[in-house]
Design a protein around this ligand. Sequence first.
Ligand SMILES: [Zn+2]
Length: 208
Amino acid sequence: MTIEEKLRKEIVKYGRLLYERGLNTGIAGNISARVDDDRILITPSGRCKGFLKENEILIVTIKDGKVSGKGKPSIETPMHIAIYEKRKDVGAVIHTHPVYSTVLAVAGITLKAALTPEGSLILGKVPLVPYRTPGTRDLGECVAAMIGNNNACLLEKHGALSVGSNLEEAFLRLETLEFLATIQVHLSHFGEVEELPEEALKAINTKK
Ligand SMILES: [Zn+2]
């Protein structure tokens, strides 16, 4: 099996998992994976990511956005490309609208990843990227600049995004992001809740 064939299967698998785990709904969201230095695979526009077929996933060249395959690639292809251009370590990008992450994003509230040791370890800092029109290069450049070397971000008034060296890593980060967002929203019933103190975070990070 070629790398491309393997990645097509994985995109179908994680598309289904995201849908079944309630991390994505309807036709929303998009998933991509780097095939090599020049090309990515990306999900098609207008399809539910829970029911994708391997041959529906399109190839897009990073340099000039040239598309191979039937149908239209995701409207958010420029955002994925902007990240792959900037981050050579990134092998996969997942963007969806999970409920609690989107609640924070719509309210313009920054996610507190360090509410738990796991959140701090897996996510580090999670920037809140200011609102930009979906599907534009402007959004892509803003996300690529603001995510920096972090593993995930929230998109204001829009949703969530995670990156990883591979699809599994990006998926697990997105799932952790939504878990942290969920507890943050529930904790808001108790008033202001603090993240772990600096000292505790230092102790966790020395265990890495
Ligand atoms: Zn979106």
